[in-house]
Design a binder for this molecule. Structure first.
Ligand code: ATP
Ligand code: MG
Ligand code: MG
Ligand code: MG
Length: 465
């Protein structure tokens, strides 16, 4: 089954179960300052779950475009290192707003996987929240699944929350066993972090609203929010283990290989580039441009990271924006907004690439020389700061290079240099060189400047930890 067929099969199935199909919302949440990006299908229904908004339906289904590159759900560091994580992915979901609850949600999911898609039960593994006996009972007694492929897990994996605040609740998850050729243990076991058992579907029983102080208030009506990664499901249905081998990715990986003169399509940098073009393009489609703060800085960091991977493959010319047409071919039908914004996306990416190209090579030379001569395994904070300050290397880019060589970066040292820089800027402004408040160095340097306001500092803090 192709990814396009899977999207359709999912929506059709839930529409048949009286769900209303709702188009995806943008990756930038409409009016939610607590969220950097839409990280799940439930985001556009947040107010409905909270009872602050009513809709003329109580069951919905969608294919939501999601970004997990910041905030509570951040998978940027996983991209290129696991078979299953992307910065951008599509989430298939079905939702009940005070309509059905646990029993039906479980039955819908199980029937879709085992009957509609025909997946063998022996390949599926189920987890529940350790305190949720009711859900355990439904799976074991009513659905009759084997206790050998069932485990109870703690809150880390089986209590889902959108962010630090907002709707949340216990969940039950369905995993697919990719077979003993792949390393990794079943969920709940000590080596669960491998990629043998891949989580495909999470069914969340939305029951609480979490406040900033941590208190949980029951929602007006218990609800259901589910999310299944399209790419992970496609991998299962297309008999491949790694998400990057599915149809949606292969065309992009091939084009990236062609542009960078590579022959090995499993090359990791090609996969990273294929991942990043998706998140970068959709972030721009939804109105963000590269900048030094907030969402714009996340975008800039992802673009620069992709370009650095191109450089690693020997690219000296701009190439990244040239992937946009193939992306549009693959995803334009499902996302007409991408087709409409194609020219803007290409323009913005090209501009950012041209800017960074001016310093990337010199910065990489500095870093390579430093690494050749360094002692120990920690790159000094001052070096990382110089790369950031003079060459426009976001900290995570330097950390990405470091990780490839099994090195780390002294992030505290980086922060210290940054603070010293801020201090100098502050005292300069006290002498009246700048008006009070934000200092804009953008005119002096076209690279990542010092105009890091609160928002950016916050974003940086998220990525640093
Ligand atoms: P994982 O444990 O693998 O990181 P998760 O528990 O963080 O996944 P959920 O928040 O439960 O994921 O999201 C629901 C579903 O969305 C997951 O079961 C998975 O199929 C998919 N998904 C989550 N994160 C990603 C990602 N970064 N890339 C692709 N698919 C994802
Ligand atoms: Mg995760
Ligand atoms: Mg998980
Ligand atoms: Mg999960």
């Amino acid at each position: 089954m192709t990814s396009a067929e899977l999207r359709k099969a999912f929506l059709d199935y839930f529409v048949k179960q009286n769900h209303t199909a709702v188009h995806t919302s943008p990756v930038v949440p409409g009016n939610d300052p607590t969220l950097l990006f839409t990280n799940a299908g439930m985001v556009q229904f947040k107010e409905t779950f909270l009872g602050q908004e009513t809709r003329d339906y109580t069951r919905a289904t969608s294919v939501q475009r999601c970004i997990r590159a910041g905030g509570k759900h951040n998978d940027l560091e996983n991209v290129g290192y696991t078979a299953r994580h992307h910065t951008f992915f599509e989430m298939l979901g079905n939702f009940s707003f005070g309509d059905y609850f646990k029993q039906e949600a479980i039955k819908f999911a199980w029937d879709f996987l085992t009957k509609e898609l025909g997946l063998p039960e022996e390949k599926l593994w189920v987890t529940v929240f350790e305190e949720d006996d009711e859900t355990a009972g439904i799976w074991l007694n009513e659905m009759g699944i084997s206790s050998e492929r069932f485990s109870r897990c703690g809150a880390k994996d089986n209590f889902w929350q959108m962010g630090d605040t907002g709707p949340c609740g216990p969940c039950t998850e369905i995993f697919y066993d990719h077979g003993e050729d792949v390393a990794g243990g079943p969920p709940g076991s000590p080596d669960e972090d491998g990629d043998r058992y891949i989580e495909i579907w999470n069914l969340v029983f939305m029951q609480f609203d979490r406040a900033a102080d941590g208190t949980l208030t029951p929602l007006p009506k218990p609800s259901v929010d589910t999310g299944m990664g399209l790419e992970r499901l496609a991998a299962v249905m297309q008999n491949v283990h790694n998400n990057y081998e599915i149809d949606l990715f292969q065309a992009i990986v091939k084009k990236a290989a062609e542009l960078t003169n590579q022959t090995d399509l499993t090359n990791n940098s090609l996969r990273v580039i294929a991942d990043h073009i998706r998140s970068c393009a959709f972030t721009i489609v939804d109105g963000v441009l590269p900048s030094n703060e907030g969402r714009g800085y996340v975008l800039r960091r992802i673009i620069r990271r992709a370009i650095r991977h191109g450089y690693k493959l020997g690219m000296n010319d701009v190439f990244f924006y040239k992937l946009v047409p193939v992306l549009v071919e693959q995803m334009g039908e499902a996302y007409p907004e991408l087709v409409k914004e194609q020219a803007n996306v290409e323009r913005a990416l090209k501009l950012e690439e041209e800017r960074f190209a001016e310093t990337l090579e010199n910065g990489m030379k500095l870093l390579e020389d430093y690494i050749t001569g360094m002692k120990g395994s920690v790159i000094e904070g001052e070096i990382a700061f110089k790369l950031y300050d003079t060459y426009g290397f976001p900290l995570d880019l330097t950390a990405d290079v470091a990780r490839e060589r099994e090195l780390t970066v002294d992030e505290a040292g980086f922060e210290k240099s940054m603070e010293a820089q801020r201090e100098r800027a502050r005292s300069a402004s006290n002498f009246g060189a700048q008006s009070a408040g934000k200092i804009d160095y953008a005119g002096e340097t076209q690279f990542v400047g010092y105009d890091r306001d609160e928002a950016e500092a916050k974003v940086m803090a998220i990525f640093v930890d």
